[in-house]
Design a protein around this ligand. Structure first.
Ligand code: PEP
Ligand code: MN
Length: 588
């Protein structure tokens, strides 16, 4: 049974990595935390612990030089590198609410990795502290619902905390590299995997002058050795020398590595070999099996294969794929099951007062979901562009307060993951209906998607766009007719209600209508709501504002609360039409 040591307290990522390493050894040992890396080294040297775990590189903060320095100074033996997905969650005391958080405690590197999330938390101050476990422990000890910590999910269980938000990192792929080390001169207790890649870490010093770094790196390159990471800092007390931290492929026992190190010693002022260890293989530990691949790879990914042909150009979306029609679930709500769903709210979230008042008003008058744009696709760059992440938080808050699930538009791939963590349904706007990379990204988001028809898109082009989302494994798509551009200028767009029966015949997906953007004039919205229900739509998307004349976007088409109430009343009198009958040409 091995006793391990890590920096921090229970719930710190280092502790989780240690537990993982020991588990993989089949060792049911445990570990203890120490406040500093040096104490970790002395615990190993004094044989109070058999292995230690240190973070050596974070995705945003870069090299943790102090950890490398301690390994080098105490001549600890590196065993293995472990890439660990640092899944940052916001944890608060039981019953705390995200909207009430005023202070967020976290390790400074974690604060850096969650910059966007923190910027979106109104009125909350970021407070650096020594480590993630300590942050969680302090929150639990304080018992104050206004104080939360960014920490891994495991810390919530250890300290009995509630999870207030997940996926808080700016980049969902964020991970940290840890080094498992042992006492000086010791050998790793784990068996080396067959064909496992070895890595070596080194610190060298060179004079700051033209070509000195190139010469040092050339010593590796000349022997065909691949460098993996390079970082530097001034060599204090040594004039203009700089210290370079480099990791490269290979083991000091390899002949080419030994030769390269010989060359390096001749070139460099100082060379400290930290040692060779097993490189991490595969994706970071803890990355969800369905995690999106790194962004750069996502766009170049192989196209998904079409399912066995049913003759349709959009086989997953075609009615034949689900002749009874699909039901999309949004939280406890069902869409497309024969009920009629009204989604209402402002074009743009403008303020807490505006969105909370609208949420309450539309909830009381029969809306099933709350809409609100935070990222607005505006024709003019000078028009109101939306409140961004602040708007998303306000919409989420209003949704929670009113009990309504929320819908908001995502305009770019990098908004998808974070929006999916806050909002129930991701809207793809008309202007993005054929933004295929964005369609793929929402297809992997795990959230239902409201796909609006492009204003110059045919019905089949809309279905093909939906196919992109389904092809990524997301079956929860609601199609939304919102008007197309024709020669007719009397209305904002021409609301193509004929698309409803056509879409219902060609596809099993629920179909909504958005008369607000369709006609663009509030007094014509009501009759088109009735028509949409009569023609077979499964629901409506409606713009409602407490004071339309003051709306920051689409003021001409917004309904007042009273007008909305009247629309809902009138709709009660329109019966739901029968489901479309099977049609021989329905494969399309
Ligand atoms: C909206 O719903 O506010 C919107 C921008 O819609 P569309 O993409 O249909 O123009
Ligand atoms: Mn609008």
């Amino acid at each position: 049974m091995t006793i391990g040591v890590y920096q921090g307290v229970e719930g710190a990522h280092s502790q989780l990595v240690l537990a993982h390493y020991l588990r993989a050894l089949g060792d049911d040992g445990g570990g203890f935390g120490v406040p500093a890396y040096r104490q970790l080294a002395t615990a190993l040297i004094a044989q109070r612990a058999g292995v230690g775990v240190l973070p050596i590189e974070t995705a945003i903060g870069g090299t943790v030089r102090e950890a490398y320095d301690v390994v080098a100074e105490f001549e600890l033996a590196p065993y293995a590198e472990i890439a660990w997905r640092t899944d940052h969650r916001l944890l608060g005391v039981r019953g705390a609410a995200l909207a009430g958080v005023r202070e967020v405690l976290a390790h400074p590197l974690v604060l850096a990795e969650c910059g966007h999330f923190l910027a979106g938390l109104r009125d909350a101050r970021a407070i650096p502290c020594e480590d993630t476990g300590i942050a969680a422990r302090e929150v639990a000890r304080g018992g104050n619902p206004a104080v939360a910590a960014l920490a891994p999910a495991a810390a919530a269980a250890i300290y009995d905390l509630d999870e207030l938000a997940r996926n808080c990192a700016d980049d969902p792929a964020t991970y940290t590299r840890f080094l498992v080390v042992g006492p000086p001169g010791s050998a790793a207790p784990h068996a080396r995997g067959e064909g496992s890649r070895r890595k070596t870490s080194l610190i060298f010093a060179v004079e700051e002058r033209v070509g000195s770094l190139a010469a040092a790196l050339g010593a590796l390159a000349n022997r065909g050795i691949n460098g993996d990471r390079l970082d530097s800092k001034p060599h204090l007390g040594h004039g203009t020398e700089r210290l370079f931290y480099v990791d490269f492929d290979g083991d000091v026992a390899d002949a080419n590595v030994a030769a390269a190190l010989h060359d390096l010693r001749a070139i460099c002022k100082q060379t400290v070999v930290i040692g060779s260890y097993d490189a991490h293989a595969g994706a970071p530990i803890g990355a969800p099996a369905d995690a999106p691949p790194p962004r750069s790879a996502a766009v170049r990914e192989r196209a998904p294969r079409a399912p066995s042909a049913n003759g349709s150009p959009f086989p997953r979306v075609a009615r034949t794929a689900n002749p009874l029609g699909s039901v999309v679930r949004v939280g406890g709500l069902t869409v497309g099951d024969g009920s009629f769903t009204i989604v209402a709210g402002p074009c743009s979230v403008e303020s807490r007062e505006q969105i909370v008042a609208t949420a309450q008003a539309v909830a009381a008058r029969g809306a099933a979901m709350l809409r609100g744009g935070a990222f607005k696709p505006r024709t003019s760059p000078y028009a109101f562009q939306g409140l961004g992440w602040d708007g998303v938080e306000l919409l989420a808050e209003a949704g929670r307060a009113s009990g309504l699930p929320t819908v908001s538009e995502v305009m770019s791939i990098d908004q998808v993951e974070r929006m999916a963590a806050r909002i129930d349904v991701l809207q793809i706007g008309a202007r993005n209906m054929q933004n295929f990379d964005l369609l793929r990204a929402v297809g992997r988001s795990g959230r239902p998607v409201l796909l609006k028809r492009g204003f110059a898109a045919t019905i089949d082009e809309m279905l093909a766009a939906a196919e992109y989302i389904l092809a990524e494994g997301n079956p929860n798509v609601i199609l939304c007719e919102r008007g197309i551009r024709t020669f007719e200028p009397a209305t904002r767009n021409t609301l193509d209600l004929s698309a409803v029966p056509v879409l219902r015949e060609r596809s099993h997906l629920p179909v909504f209508v958005d008369p607000s953007h369709g006609v663009g004039v509030s007094r014509w919205v009501a009759p088109l709501c009735r028509a949409a229900k009569a023609v077979g739509a499964h629901g409506l998307l409606l713009e409602v504002h407490p004071n339309p004349s003051e709306a920051k976007s689409d003021k001409e088409q917004a309904l007042t609360f009273d007008e909305f109430a009247q629309v809902v009343d009138e709709l009660e009198r329109i019966p739901l039409p029968d489901a479309p009958r099977a049609h021989p040409g329905a494969w399309r």
